[in-house]
Write a protein of this length. Structure first.
Length: 418
């Protein structure tokens, strides 16, 4: 990564011309400045523009002499900053033709990360005693922890003790908007010193980050006795200050280069809190457009975690091959759409077989195979070893498949067999 100083817009003839073109910029823009005297140097670079910085970051510029960096790309980056376009862009120039493409939001919190006063934290959540509503407010006692300030950023973590897979995982992020003293009349109050942060700019992760996805050395280790385990890595109280680099690392893994879509985020947050509160019903009007996919993603992630990312039938653990599937279909029962007990973790093959009633699971959690499978010798070869086998169940009995749901599917299976 190379750091290039922005151009001096007062001395540049090109920056004002580019600023005029940027009035129509959103995510992708191509324009030609025919009145430039020469063709100029060609180039194409990924740049990262932060608000509180006098430099922009450039990938793959290997010349040690920074004055050799293409002036027109430098001018374009300067114009983007002046128009308050922060983030990562691909800027290209060749023969007076300019191209700007937003290539992803490397950090959803570009402005805050650029502020030297911002602090970064991990907030543990998921305990029933936390009195929290994720992505809305977070409660703690100032006499036990008093480092957080308005404007600070945080990552949400579900600790091992409350994770159904017994793996901790990071699932989202947010910004502390303000901190309020809990009044005795408020549910956040239990004892003197209780306070809560109001959350803004909530950001659920597209990719949950499990403890097996990262090594202790990838996050700053403040333990006196460091090792390759996660033992005593985090503060027992459930709030940990981390470095900006650690925050950026976790945001990058959780969000990748995706630009968050507000409506999808809102649906993911709603789905997350429905499961957390035990309110599993979802009305059709809540799942218009892309919302249904967001709800189903949160449901699927939750079910897979309950099964510790293992197919209940085959034992397959490769995550890309796993589905957190509904037992009673989404379209059939709106009151069980987010119910974890109406879900089961299956490999993609087993999920399709279950959906098509080629296999079934009875009230004793044993696998049954359809007679129709005999007409496909290769499929029969795949399924036969599991006939009569009891499925792998979650450790927590509260997440075992509901027998009412299993019976619904088995009735469909029996009808097909007859």
């Amino acid at each position: 990564m190379t750091y290039i100083a922005f151009a001096d817009e007062k001395k540049s003839d090109i920056v004002p011309k580019i600023l005029n073109e940027l009035t129509s910029f959103s995510d992708n823009l191509k324009f030609t400045l025919n009145d430039l005297e020469s063709d100029g140097y060609a180039g194409s670079y990924s740049v990262n523009i932060l608000e509180h910085s006098n430099h922009f970051h450039v990938s793959k510029f290997t010349n040690k002499d920074k004055t050799r960096f293409p002036a027109r790309i430098k001018a374009t980056a300067t114009a983007l900053k002046l128009q308050r376009h922060f983030g990562k862009y691909r800027i290209s120039h060749s023969k007076k033709v300019f191209s700007i493409v937003r290539i992803g939001n490397v950090n959803h919190f570009q402005i805050e990360v650029g502020n030297p006063n911002t602090k970064y934290f991990i907030f543990d959540t998921g305990k029933k005693t936390h009195r929290d509503l994720d992505y809305s407010y977070y409660t703690w006692n100032k006499f036990r922890y008093n480092k957080v300030s308005p404007g600070d950023l945080f990552i949400y973590r579900t600790p091992q003790k409350v994770s159904s897979s017994k793996q901790f995982y990071f699932f989202g992020a947010g910004k502390v908007k303000e901190i309020r003293e809990a009044k005795t009349s408020e549910p956040q109050y239990v004892q003197d010193g209780d306070q809560y942060a109001m959350i803004e700019d909530p950001c659920p992760f597209e990719n949950l980050i499990y403890q097996n996805d990262i090594e202790p050395g990838e996050i700053t280790d403040t333990r006196k006795n460091k090792d390759q385990t996660w033992n005593h890595f985090f503060n027992n109280y459930g709030m940990n200050e981390i470095s900006k680099e650690d925050f950026n690392f976790l945001i990058s893994k959780g969000m990748g280069d995706l630009k968050p879509e507000k409506m999808k985020q809102e649906a993911m947050i709603s789905a997350h809190n429905k499961i957390a509160s035990g309110s599993f019903s979802v009305e059709d009007k809540e799942t218009l457009g892309k919302h249904r996919g967001a709800y189903q993603k949160i449901f699927s992630d939750n079910v897979k975690n309950n099964y510790n990312h293992q197919c209940a039938i085959t034992g397959i653990r490769t995550r890309s091959l796993l589905v957190g599937a509904h037992i009673i279909p989404w379209s059939v029962d709106k009151d069980r759409r987010m119910d974890p007990q109406n879900g089961i973790c299956l490999s993609k093959l087993m999920d399709k077989c279950y959906e098509d009633n080629l296999i079934s699971i009875d009230k004793n959690y044993k696998v049954r195979i359809s007679q129709s499978v005999l007409y496909d010798p290769e499929l029969h070869k795949q399924l036969k070893p599991y006939a009569g086998m009891k499925i792998h169940l979650p450790r927590d009995k509260n997440y075992h498949p509901d027998r009412v749901c299993l019976q619904y599917k088995k009735d469909q299976f029996d009808e097909r067999e007859n």
